[in-house]
Design a protein around this ligand. Sequence first.
Ligand code: PEP
Ligand code: MN
Length: 365
Amino acid sequence: MAHDPIETMRKQIDEINLEILALINKRAALVQDLGKEKLKQGINRFDPEREREMLNLLVENNNGPFTDNTIRHLFKQIFQASLDLQKDDNKKVLLVSRKKQPEDTVLTIKGVVFGGGEPLLIAGPCSVESYEQVRAVAENHVKRGLRVLRGGAFKPRTSPYDFQGLGEEGLQILKRIGDEFNLVTISEIVTPADLEMATKYIDVIQIGARNMQNFELLKAVGRLNHPVLLKRGLSATIEEFIYAAEYILSEGNTQVMLCERGIRTYEKATRNTLDISAVPLLKQETHLPVFVDVTHSTGRRDLLLPTAKAGLAVGADGVMLEVHPDPDVALSDAKQQVNIPQFNEIVDQLLASGLYKEAKIAVER
Ligand code: PEP
Ligand code: MN
């Protein structure tokens, strides 16, 4: 049979393709090693001057038939792909990532299991206002089989003239009630200086949305041996949220939980826009428990139940919501807190939906 020149050339092209493939992968492996070395030396991955040098060298040696512009374009693609590879490498090593730890982080606090498969309700007033106010909520918790009580003592308010919280006295109230009713207590701390003090009174330290990128605060809670609930920043991307959690773990504290609480968008119908897809994404990307705050995300009582259901349906480890014995006179978030009967109706509806179960362990008193 006559020798087909097309077949011969195609064979040669296949061989060259394989050579190019081997070479670009060899190059990629080298770039990966270079990236690790740069990380060790604290040098920035992307070096535009170096990229310029490489492109110049290629163009100087380009004898065609490709034009210089085509060569630049092709090699820039290779450079970018290699940089992306370094980025993936850095991600792979994140302590919060599933790649690092495939199994879920489960925290057991006062016998209450966070992230263990059975969703929890974290509820309580926006602010701790008095012993009696928190006690009324706690008594209802016990009746409804709830185990986790929230309440703000240090309130990061938009206006400096608004109620700023009771401070340490508020944490003392939470401690007293937490002990009396055997409830896990959660409260926000806003400065590293208060952390040591706070660990004496509360079971979980909350880092609020406004402090999600307060890196000194993140590092300081990272040095504690105490559970932390980290809320997503007002305008934080999921990547920024994950890195904020990484700050805490990188200092040694592995007892970290995440809370999606809505982000700022152009939408005005709700206080924030609840990013429901953040829940399964965070569950996929990290091994940390993930909660959904339906109060601060929606800012609307009529949306608490449907968004709570949505959160649980997409795999949240629990829901946070605010309940106050008399929301009309609440010192913060009066508009969006529910009263105790309204709260109980939400609990009933969640139980009826099958997405949430009454606590199995009776609350010991
Ligand atoms: C809160 O939970 O009390 C609070 C202020 O929420 P965020 O930080 O999400 O706004
Ligand atoms: Mn609030």
